[in-house]
Write a protein of this length. Structure first.
Length: 370
């Protein structure tokens, strides 16, 4: 299906009452092994048993959960790496015609999945846990490989059987967060912290385990905490107001897409109240939070693209391809917020340096620089 038709379909979907749309089941996707064998056949000048030219173009669907600086970093780097691999491998990875944004809406995500199935894509890359869950449910019996990115806990999200052996048509890259490590940073910066706010969306599976880990950590330290949640931007803003009214010393948020999307609308509330906001991704710090902590999302995109190429061209088995995890010891400090909070940047860096693999400085912006 042409990209224009997909765009028109999405416009109707967003403007009207979201009518259901039928989808055609795609024929089983060419496996990486078949592609590899086909390449050998072409080299000898022969044709495949089906009498068609060997596959030289792969359709790559990319499904972004929502606009989000870290997720956009992944998408951009997936594309850049696939372009590079196209030249290196002598094939074409066509992702430009099959890249869509779900805008955080499950109905839209389902529509996108149906369109990609109808377009007979060879692989789908869902970015973030909610997108991966929708895509996997839609395609698991269609023979289409799924290579997710930025899924914090693929096992708890019921996407894979284990990190080492996913066991189905799905694998990918994880931005799993070390919650204890980010809590250690919080107390390294301010050892007198005695009341912590936990801000998250209870509709995101990726946030459940980190919040439980944070509560366990704080219980063991005997530190008081309070939970506030929101599933929409206005609810997140109300939750932030409630934490300010409570007088918490610091706020923790895991790799939560809903809270991240609202960060530009809440960071000044915490700044004005002199509350340090610690979160599980560098994009939070970019959007005004005091400190983000986690993986390098640009590298996450590169690694995801490498996995896709390995599966499609080299014939790697999806079911036995381990989910990749990465160093998540990168602390990103918002220097604007650090100053507003009355903290000395050098003192902060000295306090957290033994607990990090890297310290990065940023200022408040909407998106990362290209």
């Amino acid at each position: 299906m042409k990209k224009q038709l997909i765009a028109a379909s999405m416009a109707v979907l967003m403007a009207a009452s979201l009518m259901g749309c039928s989808s055609n089941s795609a024929p089983e996707a060419t496996t990486g092994t078949q592609a590899s064998e086909a390449a050998s056949t072409e080299a000898s000048g022969e044709k495949t048993d089906a009498g068609s030219e060997d596959k030289k173009e792969y359709k790559v669907g990319i499904v972004l959960f929502m606009d989000h600086p870290s997720l956009n970093q992944i998408k951009d780097n997936v594309g850049t790496e696939l372009d590079k691999l196209s030249g290196d491998m002598g094939v074409t990875f066509n992702y430009a015609d099959y890249t869509f944004n779900g805008q955080g809406d499950a109905t839209v995500l389902n529509q996108i999945a149906s369109e990609l199935i109808s377009d007979e894509v060879d692989v789908i890359i869902p970015i973030a846990t909610p997108a991966a869950q929708v895509v996997q449910a839609a395609v698991e019996d269609k023979g289409i490989p799924v290579v997710f990115s930025a899924v914090s806990d693929p096992v708890t999200a019921n996407l894979v059987s284990s990190m080492e052996a996913p066991g189905a048509n799905i694998t990918g890259t994880s931005d799993a967060l070390n919650t204890n490590a980010i809590m250690d940073l919080m107390f390294a910066v301010n050892p007198e912290t005695d009341y912590v706010g936990l801000l998250y969306s209870n509709s995101e599976d990726a946030s459940k385990q980190p919040i439980e880990d944070a509560k366990k950590y704080l219980d063991e330290k005997g530190v008081k905490y309070i939970e506030k949640t929101g599933t929409k931007t206005d609810e997140v803003q109300a939750a932030a107001d409630a934490l300010v009214a409570e007088g918490v010393d610091a706020v923790f948020t895991p790799t939560d897409n809903t809270i991240q999307q609202a960060e530009l609308g809440i960071y000044e509330k915490f700044q004005d109240a002199k509350i340090a906001h610690y979160a599980g991704a560098d994009s939070f710090a970019l959007n005004g939070a005091f400190m983000g902590y986690g993986v390098d999302y640009s590298y996450l995109g590169v690694a995801t693209a490498d996995m896709v190429a390995d599966i499609l061209v080299n014939g790697s088995d999806v079911a036995t391809t381990s989910v990749q995890t990465f160093d998540n010891g990168i602390a990103t400090i918002n220097t604007d917020t650090c100053e507003v909070l009355g903290l000395n940047l050098d003192d902060v860096k000295k306090a957290i340096e033994p607990l990090c693999t890297q310290i990065v400085e940023t200022k408040t912006e909407k998106e990362f620089s290209k």
